[in-house]
Design a protein around this ligand. Sequence first.
Ligand SMILES: *[C@@H]1O[C@H](CO)[C@@H](O)[C@H](O)[C@H]1NC(C)=O
Length: 167
Amino acid sequence: MSRILLILLVTTLICFVRETNTQQTVDKICKQTTDIKFCNGIFAKATSPNVKDLLNVTVTEAQRISDDSYFFISSLLLNSGNQRPSVEKCANAYAFLNSLFTDAVSLFNSGRYAEITTRLVDVSSADENCKTDFSVPGYNINPMIEKNRESNVLVALEKILGHMVSS
Ligand SMILES: *[C@@H]1O[C@H](CO)[C@@H](O)[C@H](O)[C@H]1NC(C)=O
């Protein structure tokens, strides 16, 4: 109970200290995604409600997070044993996703915002491409389940913001 109150208090303080406009814009965008808490975390570094700035933060964070995820699944592949087919499929999915996020950074830097959205339109959800039907040593729950959820939010954010910036 007190922990919930503390979280509420901290959240309220953060929202208060932060420029209200930025938080309002972030809230509106995050409501359209499947993980509002993770989405808010992405924008922790956002300093203005300007959608181009928010897209900048998104492509930068998506690249960073996807590099980490790709590194993680690639390391698993090295010792995957008889689970190799499943792990390899997931690693391939993340290699592809990582290349899309890398492209998004370049597209952003060349001001080709609409293309960020167009390229991501046909991307199927991460959990379709990376079935988490393998076990990961040291984890009770396959950590790729969370990474898939995060990837889906990152793709959604780039689509939403790419569209907002270019329209
Ligand atoms: C994007 O953000 C970085 C800092 O993270 C900044 O250096 C760069 O100028 C920004 N680009 C644009 C186009 O706003």
